[in-house]
Write a protein that binds this ligand. Structure first.
Ligand SMILES: Cc1cc2nc3c(=O)[nH]c(=O)nc-3n(C[C@H](O)[C@H](O)[C@H](O)COP(=O)(O)OP(=O)(O)OC[C@H]3O[C@@H](n4cnc5c(N)ncnc54)[C@H](O)[C@@H]3O)c2cc1C
Length: 465
């Protein structure tokens, strides 16, 4: 009997109470249930189990261990390397755990381990509150948070993990714990950047911040102006106050008639996507140095709720595309790097490819490197190299472009990548480098909480000997 069949047969008897929340290859819902955000990744697990409680999670961990089957954890299923699933193994699918509860008085938000950020925004925005998150609202709360989490509010309020108050977890032995500053502080330290290495988070509690509306949206310029603009941006951004955020990018204007003037369709551009928490006048003054550095082709900026900005690009970057990523932390952007970035983007492999320079200065830099597992606290930007295209035939072109571009920029970078921008083929050396001086302590915490490396379908931290 194949491993898949054996696991599935055992599950039917041992996990029978899960009913149709137990999904295997012979079930009609299998293909939909195993599909990941990144269509380049096609994994065939033996079993997907939709878990609705911590007890469910504990039962599935116990079952997978008895079977000796690899175990994956699925939050939002967005991970570039497809680490929410595993061939011939068992997937804990947390999608039923989506509740979001806002306590407006204490400005705290409790979020189920299977929620996506749009669901958090939908609950917090009516209270004029926001939890710092990323730039696409269909991204899972769990994976983004456990890797660190940066986005529009990072300069002001820090990483998503800097706003995490506690996490309810199920550990490798099936026990349940709360990780916080007061309870299991070593575990709490490790999950703030160390990914899903230490247990399954069934609920997060975040600190939210008052935020009614922001001035946000993109400005695009001709790619021919990129050298002058990026040179201006590298000076402007670090000097800007923390309520002013703008991430520099290279893109192609999408051929979307409702969103962009037709004469700009498929034109290669550089741009800034803004998020400024200020009056209209102050926001204009903050953007002015960049807007005067070259004549924009398009200035699509306006006042909106932060939830609207968080979802503004969801339609463009939905599920089902081919994705290949690389990442790099940057402390500076020297002249040579500016030219390299422009040249690689002049030959983007498709209209969804490009690069973003996310600011991780300001409040992110305030937190000491050893205070959480996230180690690149002295960087100014976290750059992502985005190989993306809808056509499966473009997969290898997208991959080659991303790897080539990344390798060209590495000599000018801080030498490591944000863990959430890594693929599944980058190797243990890259995992160690993203944690830098924190890796040894992470390996110790791993040895305490998961000595058998049950949670290894991730950017893996091996237990210390
Ligand atoms: C279009 C797009 C935009 C993005 N933008 C940003 C951004 O602005 N900022 C940013 O910081 N990141 C961003 N990311 C990266 C994102 O943070 C990662 O892809 C992240 O892994 C997604 O989380 P998820 O829950 O959807 O992942 P999944 O694919 O479900 O899981 C990712 C990893 O987390 C583990 N995991 C998932 N859920 C749990 C849980 N409950 N408990 C324990 N471990 C768990 C899994 O085992 C896996 O190793 C973006 C990704 C995409 C595709």
């Amino acid at each position: 009997m194949s491993t898949t069949l054996a696991v599935h047969e055992a599950a039917r008897s041992e996990l029978g109470s899960f009913g149709d929340r137990l999904i295997g290859p012979e079930d009609g819902s299998y293909d939909e249930a195993r599909t990941l955000f990144n269509a380049m990744i096609d994994r065939r697990p033996a079993l997907i189990v939709r878990c609705a409680s911590a007890d469910d999670v504990a039962a599935v961990i116990r079952f997978a261990r008895e079977q000796g089957a690899p175990l994956a954890i699925r939050g939002g299923g967005h991970n570039g390397g497809g680490l929410a699933s595993v061939d011939d193994g068992v997937v804990i699918d947390l999608s039923p755990l989506k509740s979001v509860t806002v306590d407006a008085g204490s400005r705290t938000v409790r979020v189920g381990g299977g929620a996506v950020w749009g669901e958090v925004d939908a609950a917090t925005q009516p209270h004029d509150l926001a939890v710092p998150t990323g730039i696409i609202s269909s991204t899972g709360v769990a994976g983004l948070t456990l890797g660190g989490g940066h986005g529009y509010l990072s300069r002001r309020h820090g990483l998503t993990v800097d706003n995490l108050l506690s996490a309810e977890m199920v550990l490798a032995d099936g026990s349940r714990v709360t990780a916080s500053a007061d309870e299991h502080p070593d575990l709490f330290w490790a999950i703030r950047g160390g990914g899903g290495n230490f247990g399954v988070v069934t609920e997060f509690t975040f600190q939210a911040h008052p935020l009614e509306t922001i001035v946000g949206g993109p400005t695009f310029w001709a790619i021919e102006d990129a050298d002058a603009l990026l040179a201006a941006y590298r000076e402007w951004l670090p000097a800007a106050p923390r309520n002013v955020m703008g991430f520099f990018n290279f893109h192609t204007i999408p051929p979307v008639a409702e969103a962009f003037p037709e004469e700009l369709h498929l034109r290669k551009v550089c741009g800034i996507v803004w998020c400024i928490d200020a009056s209209d006048e102050d926001a204009e003054a903050a953007m002015a140095p960049m807007l005067s550095a070259a004549e924009p082709l398009l200035h699509g900026v306006g006042r909106m709720p932060i939830a609207a900005l968080n979802a503004a690009f969801d339609g463009l970057y939905g599920p089902g595309d081919q994705w290949y990523w690389r990442g790099a932390f940057l402390r500076e952007i020297p002249d040579q790097a500016i030219a390299i970035n422009r040249e690689w983007n002049e030959r983007m492999p498709g209209f969804k490819a490009g690069t973003h320079f996310y600011p991780v200065d300001g409040a992110v830099n305030d937190v000491p490197v050893d205070a959480t597992a996230f180690a690149y606290r002295d960087s100014t930007w976290s750059q992502v190299f985005i190989g993306c295209d809808p056509d499966p035939a473009s997969a290898s072109a997208v991959r080659d472009w991303t790897i080539g571009y990344h390798e060209a920029v590495v000599p000018y970078s801080a030498g490591a990548s944000y863990v959430n921008f890594m693929m599944d083929d980058e190797g243990q050396g890259r995992v160690k480098s993203t944690y830098g001086p924190n890796y040894a302590r992470l390996a110790q915490v791993k040895a305490s909480y998961d000595p058998d490396n049950v949670f290894r379908v991730n950017q893996n931290i091996e237990p210390a000997a």
